[in-house]
Design a protein around this ligand. Structure first.
Ligand SMILES: [Zn+2]
Length: 279
């Protein structure tokens, strides 16, 4: 099937005002001079000047001398839905991509932006695809992120995968990957393992911090009881009613009361001086 479409009907975005000045000049002064061929046979007339200014890969293809000496220049972009190619071309012209297009063709546009080296679109797609991760698609997207060299999306997939592993393990995508890409499976299991150890380390560190804080407060209270005396705990030879106000660490002081009474002789021997105590 070959469809010939008039540029103005196929791409009203030619005239969209947010194209750059240079692009507007090309659009208004030159006729489309190359056609993009899509997988269902649709031909989209486009301007080489625009394609080359946005994608160095397309620039190379355009500059390459073509084998067939026909006057017609055709660049096939196959393997993705026709509408995804239209959205891609639209981005080359306008540097814009709608939310609907990203939702429908995000993964295809990610692949196209990687292959044709269009970093702005790649960034938009990585972000958008990352926001739409689900248990069902995360393995496929992970593979794509790896192929398209998209580290942000890769890490996001790994994190989603490791926190929903039980559910992901039951999906078709996981089983297919297990059979066809054992290295990726190993990579995922290693990531999950490391994430678990990281979590354990953080938990242990937090627990140590908590203990340290408790110990340090107990030491402070111990010193304060021994030197100033606490509201109700104070040194036995000092009248608690002499205290200035309620102690702000009273619960700790109170908890220290019993051991302190028992330990008092030892503490005195160890050099602690209780307020009002001459020994
Ligand atoms: Zn106190």
């Amino acid at each position: 099937m070959t469809l010939s479409i008039k540029p103005e009907t196929a791409f009203p975005f030619y005239l969209i005002h947010y194209t750059t000045h240079k692009k507007q000049l090309i659009i208004h002064c030159l006729k489309p001079d190359v056609q993009i061929l899509t997988s269902n046979g649709l031909r989209i007339p486009v301007h080489t000047g625009i394609l080359a200014s946005v994608s160095p890969v397309l620039e190379n293809i355009i500059d390459r001398p073509h084998k067939h000496h026909s006057s017609e220049k055709i660049i096939p972009i196959l393997g993705v839905p026709c509408d995804a190619v239209s959205s891609f071309i639209q981005f080359l012209y306008s540097s814009r991509c709608s939310e609907e297009e990203l939702e429908s063709y995000g993964i295809h546009l990610l692949a196209l932006s990687h292959v044709y080296l269009v970093p702005q679109l790649k960034h938009m797609c990585s972000k958008s695809v990352g926001q739409r991760l689900s248990t069902e698609n995360v393995v496929d997207v992970l593979q794509l992120a790896r192929l398209c060299d998209s580290p942000d999306l890769y890490v996001k997939c790994m994190k989603t995968l490791s926190s929903n592993f039980k559910a992901v393990e039951k999906t078709e995508g996981w089983r297919f990957m297990q059979e066809n890409d054992p290295f990726l499976e190993l990579e995922i299991l290693k990531f999950i393992d490391e994430a678990e150890s990281r979590k354990m380390r953080t938990r242990r560190h937090r627990e140590e911090q908590r203990l340290f804080m408790e110990l340090s407060e107990a030491m402070e209270c111990l010193e304060h009881i021994c030197t100033e005396g606490c509201t109700a705990v104070g040194p036995s030879d000092m009248d608690p009613t002499n205290q200035r106000g309620p102690c702000n660490k009273f619960s700790t002081c109170e908890a220290l009361k019993t051991p302190l009474v028992n330990l008092r002789p030892i503490l005195i021997l160890a050099g602690f001086h209780f307020a009002g105590n001459s020994s």
